[in-house]
Ligand binder design. Structure first.
Ligand code: ADP
Ligand code: MG
Length: 445
């Protein structure tokens, strides 16, 4: 009987939804019973139940009402993978299948032994080490690390993961980039294997997720991540997140998600200072069996001050040059290599450079450009910086908007139009634009 009732409900629901949503969310539901005005449905996991309640409650209620009448209670039961017992949702004790095989993706070359500490990363390292001893049970849950390119986020995530593996061999842990997480989610939707996808992530003890800024604009992925996050957090599982910007600047992400990132510890991996650069350089040299004089080490550490990836690039180039030119690595060669590489990277114009230059020119701070402030002079500076970002970089409109505090691509289009209008109508403004343009043209030579 209940099967027939439910089939009638499904027929109504089907009409309301796209077939993919229907197949994903409603097909896996099994009707269990209908009595005393209670319709009991079995769902694959808690995540399904939450998603349906959040997105399809009205559609579901309406269909049940049409088929069974008013005042029907819907009760959910969760499929329990372990022994096929069933748990009532309101008495929820969700056990997941621990047999799912796990690929941790951890790279053992990134560990704490070769992660050099300094003023720029001490807090992050200490937090990471305490987490490794008691994943899930420190105040640092989630741990959110942020910092610019090449500042060691990925290395740190792997180091924490590897250390957890060492101290707790049975910890179910994976490292995943946000990009990979997104594509796995999309293929799970396509292949109707969302149940496996969510079960997999919800079965973890530790989740290391890299570069969450990548989830910008991917609402469905953010949403599923939100549910996984909640599930893991509720069960005292460890979550470690990295991002290339602070939570405050992650405004292209859903607020409720970002606010959860701040529940534990948020810590910045700063640009390494001179002393730390020197230490890192020495560590890289010794692991490559290269000896350099203190003078050269000082010179490199002083000149190469952007990030650690660039520092590594310099070492590789030095080795290459000294091999090809059959000469020792002396100061002269070092200077040559650095001037070439640092110059190469410096004449690239990026949005950050444009923002700095325009902010200086209009005597405001760069941060104001990313804020919501609507004061006229700030709006103009912001629009000008967007205009040049479109002109001088290869970023898409969407990406440009993202760099300006997560604004929409249409805002960027509007900015470009406004600047063009002002160039046509305002002589002083036109001169400013020409001044700025010269600065960018010289830089890009
Ligand atoms: P991010 O993920 O922040 O862009 P990575 O973790 O990929 O940066 O780091 C870039 C390179 O610099 C990697 O090869 C990494 O091993 C190295 N690196 C970064 N920070 C350190 C550090 N503190 N000590 C040693 N090597 C580091
Ligand atoms: Mg990285």
């Amino acid at each position: 009987m209940h099967q027939d009732y439910w089939n009638s409900c499904l027929n109504l629901i089907k009409k309301e939804l796209e077939s993919q949503s229907y197949n994903t969310w409603f097909k896996p539901i099994k009707p269990i019973s209908y009595s005393n005005k209670i319709l009991t449905l079995k769902v694959p996991n808690k995540f399904f139940y939450e998603w349906i309640e959040e997105h399809y409650l009205e559609i579901l209620n309406n269909s049940v009402k049409k088929v069974l009448g008013n005042k029907i209670t819907i009760e959910y039961i969760i499929k329990n993978n372990i022994n096929d017992n069933e748990d009532k949702i309101n008495n929820l004790n969700l056990k997941l299948n621990n047999d799912i095989t796990l690929v941790s993706n951890l790279n053992s070359n990134y560990n704490f032994n070769n992660f050099v500490s300094g003023k720029c990363n001490n807090i992050a390292i200490n937090a990471g080490k305490s987490i490794s001893q008691k994943p899930g049970f420190t105040g640092f849950n989630p741990l959110m690390v942020y910092g610019g390119v090449g500042q060691g986020k990925t290395h740190l995530l792997h180091a924490i993961g590897n250390q957890i593996k060492l101290s707790k061999n049975d910890n179910r842990i994976i490292y995943v980039s946000s990009e990979k997480f997104t594509s796995e989610f999309i293929s799970a939707l396509k292949n109707n294997s969302l149940e496996d996808f969510t079960n997999y992530y919800m079965s973890l003890d530790t989740l290391l997720i890299d570069d969450v800024q990548f989830l910008y604009g991917k609402e469905k992925t953010q949403e599923i991540f939100f549910h996984i996050f909640n599930h893991l957090n509720l069960n005292k599982k460890q979550i470690i997140i990295s991002s290339d910007r602070s939570p405050r600047e992650l405004d292209g992400l859903e607020k409720r998600l970002v606010s959860r990132f701040k529940w534990g510890l948020t810590v910045e991996l700063e640009k390494p200072d001179f002393e730390t650069r020197k230490k890192i350089l020495k560590e890289k040299l010794s692991s490559n069996n290269i000896k350099l004089s203190e003078e050269i080490i000082d010179y490199i550490s002083f000149e190469v001050n952007t990030n650690i990836r660039e520092l590594e690039g310099i070492i590789i180039s030095l080795i290459a040059h000294s091999t090809i030119e059959k000469s020792d690595i002396n100061l002269e060669l070092t200077k040559k290599v650095i001037s070439r590489i640092v110059k190469d990277s410096n004449n690239e114009i990026d949005i950050d450079f444009i923002q700095n230059t325009v902010a200086n020119y209009f005597k405001i701070t760069k941060e104001k450009m990313k804020d919501k402030i609507r004061k006229k002079e700030i709006v103009i500076a912001r629009q000008v910086a967007m205009y040049f970002s479109k002109d001088f970089t290869n970023h898409s409109l969407k990406s440009i908007g993202n760099h300006f505090g997560g604004r929409d691509h249409s805002t960027v289009i509007h900015a470009v139009q406004s600047v063009n209008d002002m160039i046509d109508t305002d002589n002083i403004f036109r001169n400013s634009i020409q001044d700025l343009k010269k600065k960018f043209q010289i830089k890009s030579l």
